[in-house]
Design a protein around this ligand. Structure first.
Ligand SMILES: CC(C)(COP(=O)(O)OP(=O)(O)OC[C@H]1O[C@@H](n2cnc3c(N)ncnc32)[C@H](O)[C@@H]1OP(=O)(O)O)[C@@H](O)C(=O)NCCC(=O)NCCS
Length: 180
């Protein structure tokens, strides 16, 4: 089952979501080297480095084999970002994503997030998916709302690799339809 899942490709109206591969290193290194992207994520450093991207890709590919993380390249005519479910355990996973700046404002994040949450519930059999956004990340808040997430009321204090400081993060959750 995990063997098949690590190769699964998802299709939406405008996007292809395919599992990341080591050959993605170069475009990810270039497109994620952007402070406006990095500052809204937990783990993208600024400056970004090729070695860091390669290390993450190696981890993600091995974690997909174990069924704990599924990270996809978001492709329109070209690769434009990443989206994934990680820390999969006990029916729960965390959603994360970023898009290169020239692809913002086109509805791609919402389209990709709807597809990957559907994959999480219907194919992975998850009960719930969590996501967090930094308090100043209004675009991501809106994406999560449009996908159906709601606030848990929990606020975490997490260190952003790019900002190198603690940032308040609002937690959101999406439950499987029909679930509790
Ligand atoms: C967050 C991100 C993925 C959004 O991608 P996107 O493809 O532009 O998102 P969508 O087009 O699907 O939706 C964005 C929504 O946010 C809204 N929005 C954008 N900037 C906003 C702002 N500053 N304030 C309020 N709403 C904003 C848009 O109007 C849109 O909502 P609408 O459809 O109701 O008009 C992209 O901005 C990004 O990669 N940011 C940096 C990394 C990041 O934040 N990752 C998520 C970490 S939690």
């Amino acid at each position: 089952m995990t063997e098949d899942l690590q190769n699964i490709t998802l299709y939406t109206e405008r996007l292809t979501l395919r599992p990341v591969i080591l050959e993605d290193t170069d475009w990810i290194s270039v497109r994620s080297h952007d402070y406006e992207i990095a500052k809204m994520t937990l783990s993208i450093p600024y400056p970004q480095t090729r070695a860091n991207v390669l290390r993450f890709l190696q981890e993600w590919i091995s974690q997909a084999k174990e069924g704990t993380d599924y990270i996809f390249a978001i492709i329109n005519t070209q690769p434009c970002g990443l989206i994934g479910l990680d820390n999969i355990a006990n029916g729960t996973a965390e959603l994360g994503y970023w898009l290169s700046r020239k692809s913002w404002g086109l509805g791609y994040a919402t389209e990709a997030a709807k597809a990957i949450t559907a994959f999480g519930f219907s194919t992975l059999g998850l009960d719930q998916i969590t996501a967090g956004h930094f308090i100043d990340n209004h675009a991501s808040a809106r994406v999560l709302e449009k996908v159906g997430f709601h606030y848990t009321g929990e606020i975490c204090h997490l260190v952003s690799a790019a900002r190198k400081t603690e940032v308040h993060c609002k937690q959101m959750i999406l439950k499987q339809e029909g679930g509790g």
